[in-house]
Design a protein around this ligand. Structure first.
Ligand SMILES: [Zn+2]
Length: 247
């Protein structure tokens, strides 16, 4: 069903306790997202799992709303911001565009996914970005790095295209009970990846050691607990993963 139509239906629904900060929906119907499996349960993976969190009216996820809640407190004037949005989440992208941010969107368009992107999203590889150095104020690349074998090169490319004092939100699924990441072998099947890493096309499962290893590239790497209004329906204990380039 088209989201425009859902928006109208949403206005007719009784008001519930939860609120979508991207479209204003506050109805009682929320939709399921994600999948569950052995690895997600065993490693208590943050940012994964089956949950009822998608906005009925606009389709945004709990993560989209969390990122927007963080950014709207962080950025006072979006019209001054040039943002590289990797694998752009539709509703978040639309919101930032409406606030005047200059959005440059890219996706690798790997097979196996449905893409709603038009020509406004450039096909590009995060390990070899087609942009000059120091181009962007922000980079947003959520749930992307766990798909990339050469993670170090992707991080270094993100740093290269950021302006000095630039920041990036790099959310990943990670296990808070694993001290070291599990790297998948290149010959692992989709079944093995699903069972051992949490998803059939992930190349690794991050442990908390990413905080330290990413500091080899970025001066600042931190987890930020966004204090959201109670009605903002943010689940799973997900936090913002922020990196900063100081120079
Ligand atoms: Zn919404």
């Amino acid at each position: 069903m088209l989201y425009g139509l859902r928006g109208w239906i949403g206005k007719l629904l009784p008001r519930g306790p939860f609120f979508c900060n991207l479209c204003g929906y506050q109805g009682t119907i929320w939709l399921w997202r994600g999948h569950d499996n052995q690895a997600i349960r065993k490693y208590q993976i943050i940012g994964a799992g089956r949950r009822k969190c998608d906005c009925f009216a606009c389709g945004s996820s709990d993560r989209d709303r969390l990122v927007y809640e963080f950014l709207k407190n962080e950025i006072s004037d979006f019209s001054c911001m040039k943002i590289l949005h990797v694998a752009p989440e539709r509703q978040l992208n639309k919101k930032l565009t409406s606030l005047g941010a200059k959005m440059i969107n890219i996706d690798a368009r790997k097979s196996g996914y449905k893409f709603a992107y038009g020509s406004e999203t450039i096909t590009a590889d995060l390990t070899c970005l087609p942009f000059e150095s120091e181009t962007f104020d922000w980079v947003i690349a959520n749930h992307v790095l766990e798909h990339i074998v050469d993670e170090k090169r992707a991080l270094s490319e993100i740093k290269r295209v950021l302006k000095p004092q630039g920041k990036a939100i790099l959310m990943i699924p990670y296990s808070p009970i694993l001290s070291s990441r599990i790297e998948g072998e290149l010959n692992w099947t989709k079944y093995q990846r699903n069972e051992l890493l949490g998803q059939h096309d992930h190349v690794r499962l991050y442990g908390l050691d990413f905080l330290e290893s990413w500091r080899e590239t970025f001066e600042v790497v931190k987890l930020i607990d966004v204090r959201s209004p109670q009605e903002l329906i943010v689940l799973n204990g997900e936090k913002i993963i922020l990196v900063e380039k100081q120079q």
